[in-house]
Structures are given as structure tokens and as C-alpha cells.
Design a protein around this ligand. Sequence first.
Ligand code: HEC
Ligand code: HEC
Ligand code: HEC
Ligand code: HEC
Ligand code: HEC
Ligand code: HEC
Length: 441
Amino acid sequence: MKKVGNHNSNSRKLFLSLALMLSFSFSSFAQDAAQAAATDAPAAASAGGDAVNGKALFNSNCAACHKLDAKATGPALRGVADKYDKAWLYKWIHNSSELIKSGDAAAVKIFEEYNKSVMTAFPQLSEADIDDILAYTSEPKAEPAAAVGGAASPPGTNVENGSSNNVILGVLALVLVVLVVMLIMVNNVLTKVAKANGIEVAPKVERTPIWKAFVRNQFLVLVTSIFLLLASGYFVYGYLMQIGVDQDYAPIQPIHYSHKIHAGDNEINCKYCHSAARVSKNAGIPSLNVCMNCHKNISEVAETTATPEYSKAFYDAQIQKLYDAVGWDKATQSYTGKTQPVKWVRIHNLPDFVYFNHSQHVTVGGIECQTCHGPVETYEIQKQFAPLTMGWCIDCHRKTDVKMEGNGYYTKIHEELSKKYGVEKLTEAQMGGLECGKCHY
Ligand code: HEC
Ligand code: HEC
Ligand code: HEC
Ligand code: HEC
Ligand code: HEC
Ligand code: HEC
């Protein structure tokens, strides 16, 4: 009965791995729970004011110049309530210039330290409002919780659904393997039992193998080879046609720049950055100065911007790359003068013999960027949406009616051409959009 011993050791291994998987999944659940508890904790601690209201007030009034933990236009405000007494803070926030003028030593000192920049006066804030803001700035920093959720845990484990799905899949796969193993063992045991009892297991009958039968049937061979030729022709044609077509090309950029976060979540207009698209042939990539219009003040992303795939630490490091490139020192809030260019990888690239003009399509034709570039505001990573083949351009020129309304340039030509074609609307093709010379130099 050697077989039985073997069987036992097999199932022991299986049980061991099942137990391992389960304990792993529980530990990842436990991690989630601990993390949730940790993020809830700090909200409870506040210093005699409504920190939630304070946060809202802070974000709408103060966040333009202040951050909790880093210098911005003004000093970091975490713990500022411990630095001064309440009466001083009321006066300062209500009207700091007045306090400075009155010669208050502390006020003059901080004013000098910040190169005499003037803080906005807030006479409209009540003392209760200010108490709320101070309660918010007195909250302890919630950093460690963020680290657990962000960079530390491997991707996949901190999405509740993701991890339980993974576990279910794992268990299912395991069950399948166990079943297969059991089937093989049962088969073995049965053959053994049969042999032991002297029952003949029917030997295989000698038959002509299928391939021999196939080779002998000439008609079948002919049909099959025709079919194979056609199919391979089809695939070879398809393969050749996609040479030079880089649809969905999405290279890794030197800075992980997300159109989803900028154009989507924050609704920044495409033309704010690609301003040239309106007036010239090229849409252009914005210079880093344009980025700094906002990023002088945005040195890190909000907790809520992080996703399971990209942690807050990852995003913050990307903004730091921008700072390194323009030579911006976050600590002193000034330019160091040490710059290095960012080498964006070009994605869309027509051959040199093709002429394409953005302003013609965007401004004159009134075509949305998304028609040709896809839902860019959802791209975490920019990619080439359209095939950019000649057929793609021609196809749209055949189908798209030219926008005549409000375009004086077209009024006369429209009258003549619509008489010629006997139609009310003209497609771009009828306007000459299929002439080789329009697109080819
Ligand atoms: C327009 C920018 C601006 C806004 C908006 C602003 N501050 Fe300030 N704040 C400053 C600057 C700059 C200083 C540094 C002192 C100076 O130069 O006047 C400062 C200093 C302070 C200080 C003294 C900090 C220290 O460490 O000495 C406090 C407290 C303060 N601000 C609170 C607030 C609060 C609360 C709000 C919102 C209601 C607010 N500030 C809005 C620019 C601003
Ligand atoms: C805050 C600035 C900003 C905004 C707003 C913005 N972009 Fe961009 N865009 C960039 C930068 C930087 C790049 C180069 C990096 C990259 O490819 O991701 C780029 C690249 C692109 C590219 C690829 C260029 C190439 O190399 O072929 C396209 C297409 C594009 N943007 C379209 C859009 C559209 C459409 C919108 C509006 C929905 C938009 N962008 C909004 C900054 C911006
Ligand atoms: C109109 C304002 C604005 C401009 C211009 C702008 N950003 Fe941003 N940027 C933001 C905001 C808002 C966030 C998100 C902050 C958050 O989620 O808390 C952000 C986040 C980021 C991030 C982190 C998320 C990510 O996309 O990886 C990077 C990196 C970044 N910006 C780079 C750039 C670069 C490079 C440019 C110039 C091409 C630029 N930004 C121009 C407002 C701007
Ligand atoms: C009719 C289709 C079409 C529309 C509409 C369109 N694009 Fe393009 N875009 C293209 C093509 C084609 C290219 C490749 C051009 C080349 O390689 O010369 C391109 C290239 C780009 C590039 C990179 C190269 C460059 O020209 O600097 C950016 C950035 C870009 N487009 C942004 C935009 C934005 C932003 C809009 C909306 C304001 C827009 N595009 C509207 C077809 C279009
Ligand atoms: C989404 C539809 C669309 C796509 C895709 C498109 N075009 Fe156009 N194109 C138009 C429209 C509409 C006009 C007419 C604009 C106007 O003048 O009112 C136009 C005009 C033109 C013109 C000017 C024609 C003239 O009569 O002066 C040229 C050149 C051109 N397109 C080239 C291209 C090239 C090259 C491509 C491909 C890389 C392309 N287009 C892709 C819609 C499109
Ligand atoms: C609406 C714009 C447009 C018009 C009109 C147009 N072409 Fe093209 N053509 C293109 C584009 C874009 C490409 C590049 C395609 C690619 O890179 O895959 C191209 C590529 C080509 C090529 C290179 C082969 C290839 O497929 O890459 C030839 C040859 C060509 N065109 C000939 C012509 C002739 C001849 C005409 C006039 C009957 C014409 N084209 C009219 C846009 C146009």
C-alpha cells in the first residue's frame, strides 16, 4: 500500500498551501482595517473649535498662500496657535498690516522674514471662524497612515475588491488543481484494482490514424490548402498594412504627466497648455513656465488623488522632477537658476511629406480635440488614439460637412459650389479636401 502514503503527503502539501493563501489574504484585510482606523483617528483631536468647518474655511481663504506643513507664499501654519496667543492671532488675521503698523514686534519680525509680502486682511471672519481654522491647523499630522496606503503596499493588495477577488480566483484555481489530481489518482487506483482482480483492461484497437486518412483524401487536402492560403494572405495583408501605423503608441514620458488629473479632474482647458493649436500648424507642448503658473503653489497632490496604481508619494516625486527641471527650490520658494530640459517623447508624428494644420481644423473647422485625439481627459498616460493613416484623413473629409455659418470667407464659394453639386451642405471632400496637393507637399 505504498500508494496511500503517497496520497497522504500530497494532500498535506495542498492543505498547507491553502492555509498559506488564506492567512495571506486575512493579513491584507487586517492591513486595510488598521489603515482605515488610522485615518479616522486624527479627526477626533482638535483644540476647541470645529476642525471640519475650519478646513473648509482654510481651503477657501488661506490655502492660496499657506500650507499646513510647508512654506508657500506665507509660513507653514500647523501648530501656529501654540506660537502666538489668541488675541494676537485675531488681530493678525483680521488685518495684519494694521498690526505691523502698530509696531508689534512679532508682527514686524515675520513681515520682514517674508520679504514684506502683504497678507490679505480678513475682517469678514468672525472670532469663531478663526477658532475653527486654528483647530484645523492644530490637528496632528496624519503622515504614517498615508505611507501604508501609498508606496509601501504592493499594488493590488489595498483595493478591497481587488484583494478579495484575487483570493476567490486563487481558491477556485486551487480547487480545480485538487480535482484534477484526484481524478488522476482515482484512475490509477481503479486500474490497479482491476489488475489485482485479474480483469483485463481492454487494449487499444489498432485503427488507421486520422492524418493518414486525411492525406489519402485528395479533395480534403485541396480545400484545406486553399483555406490556409486565404487565411494567411489575410493576416499578412493586415500585418503589412499596420507597418508605420502607431495607433495606441503610449511611450513612458520623463515626467509622469497625467491628462486625467489636469484636463479631467481639474478641468484645465486643453488650449491653456496647447495654446498654439488655435493659431498655428502645431499644437505644441507647453513650456515649463506654464506649469509653474500653478505649481509654484502645488508642490504635492491631495491624499484623494492617489490611486492603487499610483501612490501620493509617486505623484509628489513627479512634481519634484518638474521642480528639478526648472530649478525651483521649494524650501526657499525661489529659482536657483540651475535648469535642465525635459525631453518629452513625441507621440503623434506624420511623415514629412504630409501637411497637417491644427488651426485649420480646430479654429476654422470647429472640430473638438477629442474627435482626433480621443477622450484625452481620461488618459492617465497620453497615447495616439487615431491611426493617422491617409484613409483616416480622407474618410473624415468625405463625411464631415464644412462649417459655413459665421465664416464670411466661405459665403461666396459656398453659393457657387452648392449650385455645382446641387446640395445644401458641402463636405470637406467637395471643397477640395481630396486633392493630393492639399495634404502632400
Ligand atoms: C495673499 C496671501 C495670504 C493669504 C490669502 C493668507 N495669508 Fe497668512 N500670511 C501671508 C504672508 C506672506 C505671511 C508672512 C507675513 C507677511 O509677510 O505678512 C503670513 C503670515 C500668517 C501668519 C503668521 C504665521 C507665523 O508663523 O508667524 C498667520 C497666523 C497667518 N498668516 C494666518 C492666515 C490665515 C488664517 C489665513 C486665511 C484666513 C491667511 N493667513 C491667508 C500671506 C497670506
Ligand atoms: C496642464 C497642461 C496641459 C493640458 C491642460 C493639456 N495638455 Fe496635452 N500635453 C501636455 C504635456 C506636458 C504633454 C507632453 C507629455 C505627454 O505626452 O503626456 C501633452 C501631450 C499631449 C498630446 C500628445 C502630443 C504628442 O507628443 O503627440 C496630445 C494629443 C495632447 N496633449 C492633447 C491634449 C488635449 C486634447 C487636452 C485637453 C483635453 C490637453 N492635451 C490638455 C500638457 C497639457
Ligand atoms: C492650471 C494649473 C496647472 C497647470 C498649468 C499645471 N498643473 Fe500640474 N497639477 C495641477 C493640479 C491641480 C494637480 C493635482 C493636485 C492634486 O490632485 O491635489 C496637478 C498635479 C500634477 C502632477 C502630479 C500628478 C501627475 O499628473 O502625475 C504633476 C507631475 C504635474 N502636475 C505636472 C505638471 C506639468 C509638467 C505641467 C506643465 C506641462 C503642469 N503640471 C501644469 C495644476 C496644474
Ligand atoms: C482633425 C484632427 C485633429 C484635431 C481636431 C486636433 N488634432 Fe492634434 N494632432 C492631429 C494630428 C494628425 C497630429 C500629428 C501632426 C504631425 O505629426 O504633424 C496632431 C498632433 C498633436 C500634438 C503633438 C504635435 C504638435 O502638433 O505639437 C498635440 C499636442 C496635439 N495634437 C494637441 C491637440 C489639441 C490640444 C487639440 C484641440 C485644441 C487638437 N490637437 C486637435 C490631429 C488633430
Ligand atoms: C475629424 C475630421 C477630420 C480629420 C480626421 C481630418 N480632417 Fe482635414 N479637414 C476637416 C474639415 C472639416 C476641414 C475643413 C475646415 C474648414 O476649412 O472649414 C478640413 C480641412 C483640411 C485641409 C484644408 C483643405 C482645403 O480645402 O484647404 C487640409 C490640408 C486637411 N484638412 C488635411 C488633413 C490631414 C492631412 C488629415 C489627416 C492627418 C486630416 N485633414 C484629418 C476634417 C478632418
Ligand atoms: C486629406 C489628406 C490627404 C490627401 C487629400 C491625400 N493624402 Fe496621401 N497621405 C496622407 C497621409 C496622412 C499619409 C501618411 C499615411 C501614413 O503615414 O500611414 C499619406 C500617404 C500617402 C502615400 C504614401 C503611402 C502610404 O500609404 O503611406 C502616398 C503615395 C500618397 N499618400 C499619395 C496620395 C495621392 C496620389 C493623393 C491624391 C489622390 C493623396 N495622397 C491625397 C494624407 C492625404
